[in-house]
Every structure is written in C-alpha cells, then in structure tokens.
Write a protein that binds this ligand. Structure first.
Ligand SMILES: Cc1cc2nc3c(=O)[nH]c(=O)nc-3n(C[C@H](O)[C@H](O)[C@H](O)COP(=O)(O)OP(=O)(O)OC[C@H]3O[C@@H](n4cnc5c(N)ncnc54)[C@H](O)[C@@H]3O)c2cc1C
Ligand SMILES: *[C@@H]1O[C@H](CO)[C@@H](O)[C@H](O)[C@H]1NC(C)=O
Ligand SMILES: *[C@@H]1O[C@H](CO)[C@@H](O)[C@H](O)[C@H]1NC(C)=O
Ligand SMILES: *[C@@H]1O[C@H](CO)[C@@H](O)[C@H](O)[C@H]1NC(C)=O
Length: 537
C-alpha cells in the first residue's frame, strides 16, 4: 500500500501537499492504472487473462476482469456464473427484481486493498461493477449488475470500538442486526436501520432514519468519518477535518463518490427500549392521523418517542399500522398516550432490546417477492395527510386483484429535531433545513408475485405520486426533496437536493473521480444527473 502510506505521511509530516494532490487534481491527468495496481502488489504482466488486453473495453472485458480477479483472489472469493454459490448469492437479494439480475461474476473482497484492486481492474478492463451491502435496495441494478461484477461486501464484517467507546468502526458487510447485537452487551448502539436485515452501507449513504433520530438525527449525520476507496484506488479517510468536502458528499450522496470500506459511527448509550406495532381498523383512521400529526409537530417535547404509520390493504380490509417506539424501557410515556388510547385489534408493543425490535419488523418484509419503493416529501399538514391516505386507497383499488399484493403507504415525519441535527458537522447535501420543517415523507411500498402485474402496479404508484404532488403544489405544501433510500428508479433523487447542492456534489465527484468511474463503470442506482430510468409510467 505504497501510495496510501506515502500519501498519509505527507499529511502527518506537514510537508505540504504535492502537486498531484492539489485541489483540482486529486487524481493526476496522467494517472496510470497499471502502476497503481503494482502499488497494490498486483503485477498486471503476471496475470494470464490480461495478456493481450491491448484494446480496452473489448466485448470480453468482463470475462477478462473476472478471470483476473479469480487468479488474484481464488475461487472462494470470485464466483463466476454457473459456479457453486452463484445462485444462492443472487437469491439472497430482498427483491425478486434484483435477484433476477445475473452478473458475470461475484467478487467478495475481504479488505479495503482488495476493493482498491477491484476498482483498478474494472478501470483496466472497462468491465462495469455494482456494490452490494445488505442488498435491500428494491429495483434491478441498484446493487447488482447484469453481465458485470457484483462486489459483495459480505466478508467485510468487522466491528471494533474505539478505546473511549465513542466510535464504532463498522465494516460495510454488516447488517444492522450484526451491529446492534455486538453493541448491546456494552449498553451501546448507533444510529442505524430499523429492520434487522438491512445493510449498513446503503442505509447510511442515503440518509438513514432510525428509532432515535429525534434525539440524534439521521444515520448520515452521526458518522464520525468514512474510510473510502477512491476511483484511483486510494484508501482515504473523509471526516469533518480531512477531505471534508467528500465527507459532506457521503452524507446522503449515495454510491457516487467511492466505495466505503469502513463506517466510523458515533455510539450512543442505549439499553432496553419499548416498541412494537399497533393495528387499527378504518373507523380509527381519523384518530390515528390526529395522533400521527400531533406526535410529528411535538417531537421536540420528548424526542425519545418515534413513529412510523402505514396504511395498507389486505383481503378486502383497510388497515392502519402504527409502529411506535420509545428509546427508554417505558411503556406509558405521556407523549404516546394519544396513540395508545386508540382501540387496536393487535398490539405487539413491549419493553425489549433494539435488536429484538428490528427482528420483529424484518418478519413483515420477507424476501422472494417483487417490490417497489417510492418517496415523496411534503410540508406536514393534517388535512393533507388525510388526502394522501385517500388517494392511496383510491388508486390501489385498480390493482387490488394482483396476486399476493400487499400495498402500503408509509408515513413518517422529518421532525424539527431531525432537521436541526442535519446542520451538525458542516451539514449534509439533502437540501432540507429547519426552515422547511416539519416535513411529511410518504414511502409507497408494494410487494406482489407476478411480473405480469408490474406495469399496472408501477402505474398506480406513479399516479399516487403525481396526484399528491399536484395537490401539494396547489395547497402550498410542495417540497422537492426525494429521499434516496425510499425512491423508485423513476425519480430524480440528487437533482431534488436543489441546484446548488447538485452542482456542489458534481464538482466534488469531478475532483475525486475525474474520469467518472462511479458514474460510468458503476452505472446503477441514483447517479448525479437524474433518475435511473427517465420514463416514469
Ligand atoms: C424492509 C426495509 C426496511 C427499511 N428500513 C429503513 C429504515 O429503518 N430507515 C431507513 O432510512 N431506510 C430504511 N430502508 C431503506 C434502506 O435504507 C435502503 O433500501 C438501502 O439502500 C438499503 O441498504 P442496503 O445496504 O441493504 O442495500 P444495497 O442494495 O446493498 O445498497 C444500496 C445502494 O447503496 C450502495 N452501497 C452500499 N454499500 C456501499 C458502500 N459500502 N460503498 C458505496 N456504496 C454502497 C449500493 O451500491 C447500492 O447502490 C428500508 C428498506 C427495506 C426494504
Ligand atoms: C503505465 O505504466 C506501465 C508500466 O510502467 C507502462 O508500461 C504503460 O505504458 C503506462 N501506460 C500509459 C498509458 O502511460
Ligand atoms: C511482472 O511480471 C512479469 C512477468 O511475470 C515479470 O517479467 C516482471 O519482472 C514483473 N514485474 C515486477 C515489477 O515484478
Ligand atoms: C430477515 O428475514 C429474512 C426473510 O424472512 C430471513 O431470511 C433473514 O434471516 C432475516 N434476517 C435477519 C437478520 O433477521
């Protein structure tokens, strides 16, 4: 790791930054991939598959890339299509759309240096790649790539606490369940996902709403630093004091800037908590919306409380499911009294551990179905919340007969305390501030069985989005922001952060990745310019 070492020493010795590292030339224009690989201990001339790779981007680019990786890392870390372990890996995605994508090979790096070599081999051969952490992004190509290299981070599972226990260094192959179970014995937690099987990588890079976000903010706002592999294969640490522009960009900018090989997350003190789900019938909907709204606007009064409200439809019946949490082991917090007074037909709330609560929520999100997620933000308004609920039920009437369909409209509040926390440590690129808040987030989420129903189900989602946005505009409640972690492939997430933030993100990408490796060679998910698929149904 010659380059890494010399690079770090320039900083530590305070001898100044040599020309090639200056502001606009993080990667020099004469950057030589072959020499960079040599610095990683990889001699390109010694790799049989690379012999004769004279013209790059040959049709067999991925055959050459995957054979090279296999030569370097062995068949237990590089699984080529048809080899054992290939199908069980592709089957392990949450959505069937992602599970149906067939990469040329799956690469399982063990450390940052392996990830660096992968990026350089991709550049050398021009074989594209995708990166997968927990594999819970819904649409095809998010963390999978047809005919390319899927980089599965599952072997990068380490978690270590700093000596003062204030920071947990977490490798990106961890799921939130792994993280919470390792931290709970120390009465610690971090700001992360609410479902056990979600990955640390995707959730944190897109924002990350947790049970504790009214107290501490979103996951991205509680990252002390990121260890990142850059497009040139350098392993660098982005923090508020080093590469601070890159640190800012990674707090919500997704997969556009590098591959994160370590998330250094600030820990919180956290013991047992209270939480679960309460199920309500249609007669209670007005009371449920009142309780949702009041808790949303009053979040600062007791930020230990959190909520997720879903409207759903199953077997001809409309339901509301209120998932309620309290950060302390308290079953009767006054701030939740309005909710608890509403008659429920089922109630799983109890005092329990964080990990246990995330396992309960995982059970209602099984693998093996077709999935779609959509996101819209509006200003929080009680009558408008009722309007959104009504439009949802109107539009799903047309698709209610689709086999195994479970449609839901999940509502959350981006509360004032959450927005205040977004300004911490130099802020994030999401483009929402306390002046806008509180905000209402709608996450449409639907699961179903048959591909034949895709078109009409996507159309119903798009109708709900278009109708509610038009109404929000006429009521003065429209907000541009689209939450990456819930967005569909038809939504332009990064542009929704605002023209200024988008331009800043693009200039940061240009600085750290001048040839556009993370835009072109890693084409999936939300790129800097627009929607993955511009043809919204
Ligand atoms: C059942 C369910 C529950 C959810 N609960 C929550 C929740 O409580 N709060 C919330 O905010 N969101 C939640 N989400 C949304 C979730 O945050 C996104 O789906 C997220 O993308 C999942 O992350 P992942 O690592 O599992 O996904 P992946 O599909 O593995 O990754 C998503 C994207 O991130 C990129 N990526 C992942 N790791 C890295 C890395 N180390 N470096 C660079 N790029 C990387 C991938 O390339 C991909 O483009 C939930 C989603 C589902 C399906
Ligand atoms: C990159 O470096 C290698 C090894 O030093 C050299 O053979 C090759 O010509 C260089 N490539 C370019 C494009 O300069
Ligand atoms: C790289 O490998 C080739 C072929 O095996 C060998 O001739 C050459 O000396 C090696 N270069 C280095 C720098 O090790
Ligand atoms: C989550 O649920 C899936 C599917 O039901 C199951 O296979 C998986 O083991 C669960 N994961 C965790 C971490 O709870």
């Amino acid at each position: 790791m010659l380059r890494v070492a010399s690079f770090v020493s320039f900083f530590l010795l305070g001898v100044g930054v040599p020309h090639v590292w200056a502001q606009s030339t993080f990667e020099p224009t004469d950057f030589n991939v072959t020499e960079a690989l040599l610095d990683n201990g990889v001699n390109v001339s010694a790799i049989p598959a690379l012999e004769g790779l004279v013209t790059r981007s040959s049709p067999s680019a991925c055959s050459i890339a995957c054979s090279s990786l296999k030569f370097l890392f062995g068949s237990s870390n590089v699984i080529i299509q048809g080899a054992s372990g290939y199908d069980s890996f592709t089957d392990s995605y949450w959505s069937v759309q992602q599970a149906s994508v067939d990469p040329y090979c799956i690469f399982k790096p063990s450390k940052a240096l392996d990830v660096s070599t992968l990026v350089l081999i991709s550049r050398l051969t021009q074989c594209p790649f995708a990166v997968r952490s927990g594999g819970h992004a819904a649409f095809a190509g998010s963390s999978s790539i047809q005919g390319g290299i899927t980089v599965a981070l599952e072997k990068m599972k380490g978690l270590t606490l700093s000596s003062d226990k204030k920071v947990a260094a977490i490798r990106p192959g961890n799921l939130w369940y792994d993280v919470y179970t390792q931290l709970e014995s120390q009465n610690l937690a971090v700001i992360g996902g609410r479902v056990s099987a979600i990955g640390v990588g995707g959730l944190t890079l897109g924002g990350g709403i947790s049970f504790f976000s009214n107290i501490y903010g979103w996951a991205c706002d509680n990252v002390a630093s990121f260890e990142v592999v850059s497009a040139s294969g350098l392993v660098i640490t982005a923090s508020p004091t080093s590469f601070s522009d890159l640190y800012w960009a990674l707090r919500g900018g997704g997969n556009n800037f590098g591959i994160v090989t370590k998330f250094n997350l600030q820990t919180i003190s956290q013991g047992q908590m209270w939480g679960g789900g309460r199920l309500h019938l249609e007669t209670e909907f007005p009371a449920v919306i009142d309780a949702f709204h009041n808790l949303g606007i009053n979040a600062a009064q007791d930020p230990n409380a959190a909520q997720i409200l879903s409207f759903a439809y199953a077997q001809g019946t409309k339901f509301a499911s209120a998932d309620l949490q309290y950060a302390k082991p308290v079953a009767d917090a006054p701030i939740l009294a309005e909710y608890m007074a509403i008659p429920a037909i089922q109630d799983t709330t109890k005092v329990r551990s964080l990990a246990d609560l995330t396992v309960q929520f995982n059970a209602s999100n099984p693998n093996g179905l077709r999935e779609t997620y959509w996101a819209v933000t509006y200003k929080l308004d009680k009558d408008f919340t009722t309007f959104v609920k009504d439009v949802f039920f109107e539009e799903i009437a047309a698709i209610a007969d689709a086999a195994s369909l479970i449609p839901a409209a999940t509502l959350q509040v981006i509360t004032s305390p959450m927005l205040e926390n977004m300004a911490k440590k130099g802020g994030n690129p999401l483009g929402i501030t306390t002046a806008d808040g509180p905000l209402l987030i709608l996450n449409l989420n639907m699961m179903w069985a048959n591909a034949a129903d895709d078109t009409r189900i996507l159309k119903a989602n798009s109708n709900i989005v278009k109708r509610t946005v038009a109404e929000a505009e006429s009521r003065g409640l429209a907000v541009d922001y689209i939450y990456m972690n819930y967005a569909s492939q038809f939504q332009a997430v990064v542009p929704s952060y605002g023209a200024t933030n988008q331009a800043k993100l693009k200039s940061i990408a240009k600085k750290y990745d001048p040839t556009g490796v993370f835009q072109e060679l890693q084409p999936g998910y939300f790129k800097l310019d627009g929607a993955p698929n511009p043809n919204m149904p």
